[in-house]
Design a protein around this ligand. Structure first.
Ligand SMILES: Nc1ncnc2c1ncn2[C@@H]1O[C@H](COP(=O)(O)OP(=O)(O)OP(=O)(O)O)[C@@H](O)[C@H]1O
Length: 369
């Protein structure tokens, strides 16, 4: 194990912003810390970096207690969203900086520093920028240089805090692929903070979903995407339709819905909540069904379709445009769910949710449909 954290707890005044974090990171792994603003991602990163200390818990690296070491002793490379490159230094000088300020005993000779920098410039595909100043670089180029600067000291761990947060979407996508290939070649254990799920899922070997100072779920991107472990993760990953259902012999049932495509689940009989992505709901024409289409609008490749029951239950679905031929407002439909996640009991609903939380599936059937 490369990095091991257990029960990391951090309070600011009365507020506990990290509440018992347990996380192991393997050597060479790329981990994304994903969560909404204020969930504690940066605080955790700062503790790993040695810029802050926990009130309780343990942090070790390859068996060494890192809480006994200073930031410099941990040998960490960091990149932030707004990394301040030195404006009066060229790219080459910026990348060399971390090496030139090492204590004399550890500092490589001038020729060796120049060689290291040249190797990094080539490796990071930024040789053409070597003699430019930061003001002559785009935002994306600056972040590439910032990574070069962080990597020059041959860090044991790389910590990246929203490094692409200030860049536009296309540049972010390019940099993500570039970072993944840099990581695959260099193999440095890396922790990456983001609140952008696409970024986390595309980049990381494992994603750590944080909320309110706790870890809600750790897993490979596809595991988390397909099987969110908690209602929070489900909502955060876009399963925004929350439907009260009743479990019968492992199957979920709800009036007006065809849920037979969902696999059986080993859940207790009775009320449960089904979380769905709008793209996993297919309206199917059915004159006897309780829903009718009230809105159809195009977002380009997708049709956004709203289905309502007479009693006011409102469900939004997204249908690929090519599958939406024949859908018309006013037509009666049943709603077929092709994927979803079920949690026992009735999950607390947000104000915008279609059906009130306390409505049992039975009541839904009787009162609303
Ligand atoms: N030095 C501090 N003093 C007091 N409160 C702090 C301090 N640093 C962070 N906090 C609080 O701790 C909580 C977690 O902050 P943190 O920056 O770790 O969250 P985050 O998930 O990284 O959020 P963001 O994505 O917005 O950066 C927030 O409520 C923040 O206000």
């Amino acid at each position: 194990m490369s990095l091991a954290m257990s029960n990391i707890t951090r309070r600011f005044g009365q507020t506990e912003v990290l509440r018992g974090i347990d996380l192991d990171v393997a050597k060479g792994e790329l981990i994304a810390l994903l969560g909404p603003s204020g969930s504690g991602k940066t605080t955790l990163l700062r503790i790993i970096a040695g810029l802050d200390w926990p009130d309780a818990g343990n942090l070790s690296f390859e068996g060494q207690d890192w809480l006994l070491k200073t930031a410099a002793q941990r040998k960490i490379g960091m990149v932030f969203q707004h990394y301040a490159l030195f404006p009066h230094m060229t790219v080459r000088e910026n990348i060399a900086f971390g090496l030139t300020v090492l204590p004399r005993a550890q500092r490589p000779g001038k020729a060796q520093i120049a060689e290291t920098v040249q190797r990094l410039l080539t490796f990071l595909q930024i040789s053409q920028l070597a003699d430019r100043y930061p003001s002559e670089l785009s935002g994306g180029q600056r972040q590439r240089v910032a990574l070069g600067r962080a990597m020059a000291i041959e860090p044991r761990v790389l910590l990246l805090d929203e490094p692409f947060g200030a860049l536009d979407a296309q540049v972010r996508r390019d940099l993500r692929r570039w970072l993944r290939s840099v990581h695959d070649s260099a193999g440095i254990t890396t922790i990456f903070v983001t609140h952008d799920q696409e970024e986390a899922f595309e980049l990381a070997d494992r994603v750590v979903v944080m909320n309110g100072g706790v870890i809600e779920q750790i897993g490979r991107p596809d595991q988390i995407y397909d099987h969110p472990a908690t209602p929070f993760v489900a909502r955060f990953l876009g399963l925004t339709v929350e439907l009260p259902v009743v479990m019968k012999a492992g199957r979920a049932e709800a009036a007006g819905f065809d849920l037979t495509a969902l696999p059986r689940r080993a859940l207790p009989e009775g009320p449960a909540t089904l979380f769905l992505r709008p793209a996993d709901i297919q309206p199917v024409a059915d004159p006897a069904a309780p829903f009718h289409l009230t809105e159809i609008s195009s977002t380009g490749a997708l049709l956004r379709v709203v289905a309502e029951s007479d009693s006011g239950c409102r469900i939004e679905a997204e249908v690929p445009r090519r599958d939406g031929h024949g859908l018309e407002t006013g037509m009666n439909v049943s709603l077929c769910a092709v994927a979803g996640q079920i949690f026992p009991g009735l999950a607390s609903q947000r104000a915008s949710s279609p059906v009130a939380a306390e409505t049992t599936p039975h009541a839904l059937k009787e009162n609303r449909l």
